[in-house]
Design a protein around this ligand. Structure first.
Ligand SMILES: [Zn+2]
Length: 365
């Protein structure tokens, strides 16, 4: 797929004569055309979120969407009497998406012109374009992963979680405990690689080296006994977060070198990075090895440096570091550093349940 066309992350639908046939106020709103229903369900499957910008009475229109069995697909409905450009902007803000990743479909030329005038980055389509949307690169991700298939569900869970936090009166720590969080860390399989590569690409603030590992490089490492490629997932009582972290560990006989740690910005507030680092320190202690961590200051990842320092990593020299190659990626951004940790036994995390493998089988390079 040609990636010179940015992927649309949210499609905003008009309702009357676009999503459904007819006009709600005049004839009650008709059925969905087959191609519309197919488009809505396929975009949902591809991880493209969908929203509504319609001039109608909110409750009346929402009841019609429910009667048609499609209300659940629309994560942000903006149904009212203001300008559509304002509705589209609110939708983008609410989702945290740039306007250049939003598309808008409306049968009325005046509405499209109004949106195009005020929001020139938004891609506008007519109702006649709908049957062909699924074939456009704008709506075709390079790969459809487990996480793209449940992106809407994750977004909806996120909204419920945020609301619960706003309503929670106690301390932050008590709120975290109330979430009943679970983290799973496991060895990545071939089916995880696209998600893992995506995480190394998307997590610029939470990537310890700023280095992006493409699928092909990770695939080779899966079969290398001297490397561990690990993926972390999280869920809680509100639903799944999906894949939230990736670790790449190179095992030497005296030291494990953490070549990459990247975690999703979405779970920073839940302390996910600290839980991963604590688990790894405990694993290293039990295996009788030291830990070394590659770190590159990229200008955006200071929070990762704080996480390492807070977990006890230092710049102190240690003989275990002598055998490690200087750097795999001399062209990578920032100054390369190697941090060191003398691991100690660690308690299990206090705020979440952790399910993780034993890494004690040591491969010698
Ligand atoms: Zn050491």
């Amino acid at each position: 797929m040609d990636r010179s066309t940015a992927l649309v992350k949210c499609l905003v639908w008009d309702l009357d004569n676009t999503l459904w046939q007819g006009t709600l106020l005049e004839d009650g709103g008709g059925a969905l055309r087959d191609d519309v229903l197919r488009t809505v369900t396929a975009l949902d499957e591809r991880g493209v979120l969908q929203a509504v910008a319609s001039r109608n009475d909110h409750d009346h229109a929402w009841a019609r969407l429910e009667a048609l069995g499609v209300a659940e697909y629309f994560v942000v409905p903006r149904i009212g009497w203001g300008p559509k450009s304002a509705a589209v902007r609110e939708i983008a803000d609410e989702l945290g998406f740039a306007l250049g990743t939003i598309a808008f479909v409306d049968d009325q030329p005046a509405e499209r012109a109004e949106v195009a005038h005020h929001l020139p980055e938004v891609r506008c389509f007519t109702h006649d374009d709908v049957p062909g949307l699924l074939d456009l690169p704008d709506f075709t991700p390079d790969a459809v992963t487990e996480d793209s298939r449940r992106r809407r569900a994750m977004y909806q869970a996120g909204r419920r979680r945020t609301r619960a936090k706003e309503e929670f009166a106690g301390a932050d720590r008590d709120f975290l405990r109330s979430l009943e969080m679970r983290m799973g860390i496991r060895r990545a399989g071939p089916e995880d690689l696209t998600r893992v590569a995506e995480l190394t690409l998307r997590t610029s603030q939470m990537n310890a080296t700023g280095i992006h590992y493409p699928d092909a490089v990770l695939r080779e490492l899966l079969d290398d006994p001297a490397h561990e490629v690990l993926v972390a997932t999280m869920d809680d009582r509100f639903g799944a977060h999906g894949a939230i972290g990736v670790l790449l560990v190179e095992k030497h006989d005296r030291v494990w070198r953490l070549k990459l740690l990247a975690t999703s910005c979405r779970v920073v507030a839940f302390g996910a990075g600290a839980v991963i680092l604590t688990w790894l320190a405990d694993q290293a202690y039990r295996a009788g090895v030291h830990l070394a961590a590659d770190f590159r200051r990229t200008g955006r990842n200071r929070v990762m440096e704080v996480a390492y320092r807070f977990s006890g990593y230092t710049d102190d020299p240690c003989p275990c570091l002598d055998g490690i190659a200087a750097d795999d990626a001399p062209d990578a951004p920032g100054d390369g550093q190697r941090l060191h940790l003398l691991p100690a036994p660690q308690p299990p995390p206090a705020t979440m349940a952790l399910y993780a493998p034993e890494l004690m089988t040591v491969a010698v390079r």
